[in-house]
Design a protein around this ligand. Structure first.
Ligand SMILES: Cc1cc2nc3c(=O)[nH]c(=O)nc-3n(C[C@H](O)[C@H](O)[C@H](O)COP(=O)(O)OP(=O)(O)OC[C@H]3O[C@@H](n4cnc5c(N)ncnc54)[C@H](O)[C@@H]3O)c2cc1C
Length: 455
């Protein structure tokens, strides 16, 4: 199997030879003309207007950090009771901290990679062993190299990844492996576009290796950005309305508080934009709402299972209940045996349909017992279920590209009247959506766009 990894450990299934052709590009997320725009951040700015940022995830926090560096007045409105969004830290469950959301730094050729190096954050290359649950047996290798379907370069059809895989000879036997690959991208194989999945992998340029933080990814963002801007974040402010009909933009929250601004940067997850949880006046142009609707974002959860013994392999791919299990202790300073169940797409939908977390854990233990001859249940100590779909301000895992999506991301990310700007991982146009560094890139891009608009 290729050493490359997919989304969870992002590029697992990618063929190295394909990867070699695209790796090692210049500055992540910036084209040449964007490099020129970058100088905007060095220029002096005299702007007495105010910017409101909606959402205190990686994108919103980084945008705030950059605005602060330009002495531009800004405030961040965050719906939940904490900042970080899909980054979070769980202390106390294990004798090392766990990442509730994002945990792998996918390549070092990115802004997050630079920070990790500069700050000397303790990171470890995750080159852990991979095993497969295939035909009801644990296998070290698969009978056929599924990574080769990523090397197809011509006439890629815009059909589902499932259909494509079947057409390439990975049919019923490989059903659960195909679901695991699609699940890494946050969707069922029948929903994600093969065309876009492969194209986006080609555009990926932040590096092939995955790293884990000894502390957490949340700590990196917290230490690098948040200290400087904490005073600008207002928590528990659920934005409900944005009125941009006049010169001044008026934003209303769930308590009917009103905030005025000259520019707004929206960084909420695409699920929130699709659900019309925020009412716009005037309503957003139809091409915009259509574009939002074409960007996918489905269910996702992480379940941490604590065991007294390490009976499991470092990674097990291809379960029917959970496509990817991973040993959490890798890269951590601690002894506890924690196995992560990383569950996305239709598998997450199924587990969501179970009524309680106990039932979710029972289903996972049942699967592990069948993989490991009944060793899981006797060794089980406890669990933590982090169900991102049930988080009202996230409602899923991360964005993916649907069949027929076309240039929806480009349309979705365009600013409106130099007043309303869109960031967040789903608005990343460099193939780095679904990631923290991709979200950071959009925060950076949109601050440049704001600076351009006031020049
Ligand atoms: C389970 C899981 C595992 C992941 N693993 C990785 C990984 O290993 N590596 C990686 O790079 N990426 C990973 N990701 C993806 C990564 O976490 C995201 O791409 C990134 O954190 C998104 O940042 P963001 O700023 O775009 O959005 P978010 O972090 O979602 O921030 C948006 C914020 O908007 C707030 N909000 C929503 N509605 C409103 C409203 N009406 N008013 C005000 N605020 C609102 C939300 O509460 C949230 O805080 C993972 C994600 C998940 C869920």
């Amino acid at each position: 199997m290729s050493q490359s990894r997919s989304q969870m450990k992002r590029r697992r299934f990618l063929n190295n030879s394909l990867w070699g052709a695209f790796g090692g590009m210049l500055i992540p997320g910036l084209s040449l003309s964007a490099c020129e725009e970058e100088s905007l951040l060095d220029e002096e700015v005299n702007y007495d207007g105010k910017v409101l940022i909606i959402g205190a995830g990686a994108a919103g926090l980084y945008a705030g950090y950059l605005l602060k560096s330009k002495n531009i007045d800004f405030q961040i409105l965050e719906a939940s009771g904490r900042y970080g969004g899909r980054l979070g830290k769980l202390n106390g469950f294990a004798d090392y901290p766990l990442d509730l959301g994002a945990q792998w730094l996918h390549g070092k050729n990115s802004i997050a990679g630079e920070w990790a190096s500069q700050m000397k954050a303790k990171i470890t290359l995750d080159d852990s062993d991979e095993y497969f649950w295939f035909n009801s047996q644990i296998k070290e290798t698969l009978p056929k190299d599924i990574g080769k379907i990523f090397t197809r370069e011509h006439d890629l059809p815009d059909i589902s990844f499932k259909e494509f895989a079947i057409g390439e000879g990975f049919g019923n036997d490989f059903k659960d492996i195909v679901e695991a690959i699609a699940g890494d991208s946050g969707a069922a194989a029948s929903r994600i576009s093969a065309y876009w999945k492969i194209k986006e992998e080609e555009n990926w340029n932040s590096g092939d290796d995955d790293y884990k933080f000894q502390e957490t990814y949340f700590d990196l963002i917290n230490d690098q950005i948040v200290g400087d801007i904490k005073d600008h974040i207002l928590l528990n402010r659920v934005v409900k309305g944005i009125d941009y009909s006049g010169t001044e933009i008026l934003v209303t929250d769930q308590l009917n508080n009103t905030y005025s601004a000259d520019k707004i940067l929206i960084t909420v997850p695409i699920t929130i934009l699709k659900s019309n949880a925020i009412q716009f006046n005037p309503t957003l142009p139809t091409d915009r709402t259509t574009a939002f609707s074409k960007i996918g974002m489905d269910a996702g959860m992480k379940v941490f299972l604590k065991f007294s013994d390490q009976f499991y392999h470092q990674n097990i791919i291809g379960g029917q209940i959970c496509g990817a299990y991973a040993d959490e202790s890798i890269g951590k300073a601690g002894d506890d045996h924690i196995l992560l169940a990383f569950i996305m797409g239709s598998q997450a939908e199924y587990l969501n349909s179970l009524e309680t977390n106990d039932l979710i854990v029972k289903a996972l233990l049942g699967e592990l017992d069948s993989m490991y001859n009944g060793l899981a249940s006797p060794s089980y100590i406890g669990s933590h279920v982090e169900n991102w779909t049930k988080n009202p301000f996230i409602q899923g895992a991360y964005s993916y590209s649907t069949v027929g999506m076309g240039n929806a991301r480009h349309i979705a990310a365009q600013s409106i009247d130099d007043k309303i700007f869109f960031g967040g991982e789903a608005m990343n146009l460099n193939g780095h959506h679904q990631t923290v560094h991709g979200a950071l890139e959009t925060g950076h891009r949109e601050v440049l766009n704001i600076l351009k608009s006031i020049k």
